[in-house]
Design a protein around this ligand. Sequence first.
Ligand code: SF4
Length: 239
Amino acid sequence: MEISKLFDDVTRARIRQPQPKNNWASNAGWARECIRYAVLIRLQPLDLPAPSLQQQRIYDEGEAQEKALEARLQDAGITIEARKATKFWAMPKIEAELDFIISHDGERALLEYKATGELGFNHIRKLKKLTDLIRSPHYWVRHYADQIQLYLKMFNEPRGILLFKNRNRNTFHQIDATLDDGWTDNLIEIFDNVNIYVANGRLPERTEKPLCQYCGFYKKACGDLDHGKIDLGQGTIKL
Ligand code: SF4
């Protein structure tokens, strides 16, 4: 019996190629920074490599962390009002799945949970406000800010919390979020534009940004990027 191999067999069986029919609220950050990404994932999802075994291990760990957090919230006397609630907006075709809505002592908040390693946590714990996140040099940190803003709008919740866990030390850092209609209007407009591209079967121009090196479409759908061309204006949010 080789336990890690048996675990990996289960993990491997869970690997799915994403083929979204709608826009995902969790992709709002990508859409803001590169509308081509948001159109590609709707028109050519098979150009995005399927998650590797290692990526799937990380997704599974995220699920396990969320389950553990649920018990921990309840132990702390926090009421879980909703867990994994979903929302779909027919226009502009956005779907979302939140982690939790919680309440305590008369306060209520949408809670989005991210467990991370030591390095990522050390960066995040220096950030205090959502606007600090959006200025982070790390794309995944910036995208958390867009994600929770859109969730707040879609679930009609005025307040939210991004809760980060340092997996190595079992410590937490919280960033509060307040719904900003200007921010979400901008994201919704970007998804409106995504839908127009998708309806016409067209792709926006490629852009060359530092973000491209982390993008799953980099090789297949944007493989011959012109490295001399830089577009910094697309989808910029005014803060
Ligand atoms: S590789 Fe760059 S241009 Fe192409 S979809 Fe990804 S982020 Fe956009």
